[in-house]
Design a protein around this ligand. Structure first.
Ligand SMILES: [Ca+2]
Ligand SMILES: [Ca+2]
Ligand SMILES: [Ca+2]
Ligand SMILES: [Ca+2]
Length: 467
């Protein structure tokens, strides 16, 4: 059942604003494109570029059909609302304006919907990606010119991607994604860049204008350089102060320092590597008891090594990886040692079924990827998941919803299971991309010891068109 709040007259004006503006511009650009084509028939014609490139439009449409079985209940004998197939669609319309060399303005609206699902279309509830009618996804202005002043300023609503997005990312797999209201100051020199960022995650309000969460303030320093050792080297310090459990998990005030290195492509022959370590210190409260304050101390790491068979026709790459994030050994003592995942894009890392986060996890895995005909790629991933602490919960990809809740003193098999993911991607041309995936989860002893333990399946196909 779909729940809707009553219509607010002021909101309608805002909803109409972007489509009307878009309509006006699209009409104008169609007319102008025609004019330009006549004036300059040999130049490659891009109708989305106006005024010598000072105004550029971006259109993005994505459709994904998902089929999920036992991803939530792990129970063949029960047909839960999450055992379902459904369609996720999103449309984005953006415009970049560059009135001068020093100024960039970007505005982007997004309409995201979920069709034919049995669960309510409320973002984040029962894994729903949910509905968010046309709303402002990004709206920022960037000021700066390297030749005149070393620091650039970017202010407004924007997507943040740092490192490999293990702690801060735009969560693009999700139909709605993630943005922040805030500012970034950055400076670039040689092969290095330093960012200072400060902001609040935007909360999705299906029937209202989305706003930044004033109870959740995230800031940090992120330094990245390619100066040393033929690799990208990164050092960061993130601070999060979240004083309310209504959105995005635990109330917490946590400092997260970390390091990340990744080999530059081709610089180590056929070999490549990546490693990241992050520590945490601060305080945290249980979601169910936000007034109880616990000391927080935690650790996480990622290690990966790959080898590419460059002489073989499909240039297959094989890799081995291991991801670890500490768990909490006792939910009832005065401290929490379970790593907090912050704002990641976890779909990239811990299995395509989105059953795990970088929290209370050992993930041992391997991948094999291959490229056929330059535009068709395939990837096979195998994961073996174990819990460092069986008294802590098994957490979903959002990092705080338990698949199986924490239970003090629980001493059972820590083996959660194996997941196999097969993904194929076809980049039909510059504008059209088609992908499909199949995942199977083989449940292990921990699942058997804590409830129903049927295997789970996930299938999707996704079409993206953008220009
Ligand atoms: Ca089921
Ligand atoms: Ca359905
Ligand atoms: Ca909204
Ligand atoms: Ca504890």
């Amino acid at each position: 059942m779909k729940i809707r709040s009553p219509c607010v007259p002021g909101i309608n004006t805002k909803r109409l604003f972007f489509p009307v503006l878009a309509g006006l511009f699209l009409t104008t650009l169609a007319a102008r494109g025609d004019y330009q084509a006549k004036q300059n028939p040999t130049r490659e014609h891009n109708p989305l570029l106006l005024f010598d490139g000072r105004l550029q439009f971006h259109v993005h449409e994505r459709l994904r059909v998902e089929y999920r079985e036992n991803n939530f209940d792990f129970n063949d004998s029960s047909d839960a609302v999450t055992d379902d197939s459904f369609l996720l669609q999103r449309f984005r319309l953006g415009v970049t304006g560059k009135p001068s060399k020093e100024v960039t303005i970007f505005l982007e609206g997004q309409d995201a919907r979920e069709f034919d699902s049995d669960r309510a279309n409320i973002p984040g509830v029962l894994g729903a990606e949910g509905d968010d009618e046309f709303d402002l996804r990004q709206g920022w202005m960037q000021l700066g010119d390297k030749e005149q002043f070393p620091i650039h300023v970017k202010v407004g609503r924007m997507a943040w991607n740092y490192g490999d997005q293990r702690l801060i990312g735009a969560f693009d797999w999700n139909n709605i994604g993630r943005t922040f209201d805030g500012l970034v100051l950055f400076s670039e020199w040689g092969k290095s860049r330093l960012d200072f960022f400060l902001g609040s995650p935007v909360i999705i309000k299906p029937d209202q204008f989305n706003t930044g969460d004033g109870h959740d303030r995230v800031g940090g320093l992120y330094f990245t350089t390619k100066e040393f050792l033929n690799q990208t080297s990164e050092v960061y310090l993130i601070h999060r102060n979240h004083d309310n459990a209504v959105n995005n998990g635990h109330p917490q005030e946590i400092w997260t320092p970390g390091l990340r290195v990744k080999s530059a492509p081709g610089k180590y022959g056929a070999f490549d590597y990546e490693a990241e370590v992050a520590g945490q210190a601060g305080t945290i409260s249980p979601i169910t008891n936000p007034t109880r304050v616990l000391d927080h101390r935690a650790f996480a790491s990622h290690l990966e090594g790959g080898y590419t068979f460059r002489e073989t026709m499909t240039t297959p790459r094989v890799s081995l990886f291991y991801d670890y994030a500490s768990g909490d050994s006792n939910p009832n003592d005065g401290e929490n040692t379970g790593f907090m995942n912050l704002f990641p894009t976890n779909h990239k890392f811990y299995g395509g079924m989105d059953l795990f986060a970088w929290r209370n996890i050992h993930d041992f895995g391997a991948t094999v990827s291959a490229t056929f005909f330059t535009d068709f790629t395939t990837r096979l991933e195998i994961h073996s998941f174990w819990l460092p602490e069986t008294s802590d919960a098994w957490y979903r990809a959002n990092g705080f919803t338990p698949v199986r809740a924490a239970s003090a003193g629980r001493n059972v098999d820590s083996h959660v299971g194996e997941e196999i993911d097969l993904v194929a991607n076809w980049k039909a041309n510059k504008y059209v991309n088609l992908s499909a995936g199949y995942s199977h989860f083989f449940t292990g002893g921990f699942v058997e010891a804590t409830g129903p333990s049927s295997d789970a399946d996930f299938v999707y196909t996704m079409l993206t068109i953008q220009f």
